[in-house]
Design a protein around this ligand. Structure first.
Ligand SMILES: Cc1cc2nc3c(=O)[nH]c(=O)nc-3n(C[C@H](O)[C@H](O)[C@H](O)COP(=O)(O)OP(=O)(O)OC[C@H]3O[C@@H](n4cnc5c(N)ncnc54)[C@H](O)[C@@H]3O)c2cc1C
Length: 411
């Protein structure tokens, strides 16, 4: 077996959106960067619904997107209680879009390459190279059987939820009780679905501990998925398609054409995301919204922060934990408030029985909460969204009602 050596300033584990965006930011700063991705192709296989906030993409300088990447845009969200009570949010203009995640990931990787980053595909990082607790690089195995010893000033761990290498770096890994197990499918033949809206289904019989989603495309195909805290997601999907009072009508002629399984981490960010010569970004650092499981925008936002800190550290020659600690501080400033709010919302939702959920849907509809949120365009930073909406009388009433519900559910 052959073994080669490679030395770079910045080595990235994983060519998902977060790894490629990190590479783009590093390369733009003139830092010699290589991304190591275990698969043969960027963006394949895909396991993500790709439902993303337009405003956040604009903040990342990623919107408008090239033709073919945006599959649909949405200004409506229909939420269904376990018994099928509907609460609709109509927004003034499209706020979210559904992306083809394969093309989106490939676009970011292309941008990174054009900026000077290199990509090593078919290259699985096996183990970190630690010297006295300091990460100096890692060992890569390529699909042809050869090994590469990579030496790097800073290792950026963007390996996604597997977070195997995070453990080797000595960092605490994702909270197991924060995981939900998702099934994501491609379907055709949907009916009675508004093309400008996403459908969201709640209920312990269909998606205990999370929810189900349907994200339509104008051609009558859609992404249909759900996640569950326990049990087999496929069994729950069958039940959603055949028993849910609304979904069964929309999906009676639907045919599944593709299916994948993947976990989602809802437990909030890991307690420490840096160590000597090492930074963890994206899903592997659990930078994912505990309410919706959306992780693309938070991962990209954290990537920017990581690169700002690491670029200075690489240039100054000090990549110690002390120098990299500023990344964690920036993440706290960026997200901490929103994560605290979303973690509470998640545990609140998880604590509600189906009966209480049904009641909540009826009350929220009557209070006119949709009117209070009509101008909302922020779906990622949900703590800030709640703060800005809380001044509206409908929202105040709803928050008061949620408080009561919380007290009666968690005495
Ligand atoms: C069913 C489902 C639906 C979702 N829907 C949405 C949504 O609508 N909106 C949203 O914002 N988020 C959504 N998410 C979450 C979103 O997919 C993730 O937050 C996002 O992909 C995280 O990006 P990442 O780059 O951190 O990790 P990933 O996208 O997982 O990329 C990690 C990459 O690292 C590679 N890798 C792993 N280990 C190694 C190794 N040892 N060596 C080399 N390469 C390695 C992997 O092959 C992969 O390419 C969803 C997730 C699931 C499971």
């Amino acid at each position: 077996m052959t073994q080669k050596n490679q030395t770079v300033d910045a080595a990235i584990i994983g060519g998902g959106p977060v790894g490629s965006y990190t590479a783009l930011q590093l390369a733009k700063r003139g830092i010699q960067t290589t991304v190591f991705e275990e698969h043969a192709q960027i963006g394949v296989p895909n396991h993500c619904a790709g439902h993303i906030s337009i405003r956040s993409l604009k903040t990342m300088n990623l919107y408008p997107l090239p033709t073919g990447i945006v599959e649909n845009t949405f200004r409506v969200a229909n939420f269904y209680s376990p018994q099928g009570t509907k609460f609709t949010l109509h927004l003034n203009s499209p706020v979210t879009c559904a992306l083809n995640r394969t093309y989106f990931d490939q676009m970011i990787a292309d941008q990174a390459q054009k900026a000077g980053a290199e990509f090593a595909l078919n290259s699985q990082v096996q183990s970190l190279n630690l010297q006295n607790g300091v990460t100096r690089g890692f060992m890569v195995q390529q699909t042809d059987g050869s090994n590469v010893q990579v030496n790097s000033k800073v290792v950026f761990d963007c390996e996604g939820i597997s977070s195997r290498l995070l453990r080797q770096a000595g960092l605490t890994t994702l909270r197991p009780n924060g995981l939900v197990y998702a099934i994501e499918t491609e379907i055709e033949g949907i009916q009675n679905v508004e093309m400008q809206g996403v459908e969201v289904y709640f209920g312990s019989g269909y998606a205990p501990g999370f929810y189900g989603w349907l994200i339509p495309r104008p051609d009558g195909t859609a992404k249909l998925g759900l996640a569950t805290k326990q049990g087999n997601p496929r069994t729950y999907l069958n039940r959603l398609m055949t028993k849910h009072p609304v979904a069964k009508e929309q999906l009676t002629k639907a045919k599944i054409t593709n299916m994948s399984y993947h976990a989602i981490t809802l437990g909030g960010p890991i307690s420490r995301n840096y160590t000597d010569g090492f930074l963890a970004i994206g899903d592997c650092a659990s930078q994912v919204k505990p309410t919706t499981g959306g992780g693309v925008i938070f991962g990209l936002t954290a990537a920017k922060a990581a690169v700002e800190v690491a670029a200075d550290a690489i240039r100054s020659g000090d990549v110690s934990a002390h120098a990299l600690e500023a990344y964690q501080k920036r993440c706290k400033d960026l997200f901490n408030f929103d994560f605290q709010v979303m973690l509470r919302l998640r545990s609140f939702l998880n604590s509600l029985s189906d009966q209480k959920l049904d009641e909540m849907f009826r009350v929220v509809g009557k209070l006119g909460v949709d009117k209070a949120l009509r101008n909302a365009d922020e779906i990622d930073f949900q703590g800030k969204l709640l703060l800005s909406a809380a001044s509206k009388p409908q929202m105040l009433a709803a928050l008061g009602y949620f408080g009561l519900l919380y007290l009666t559910t968690n005495p």
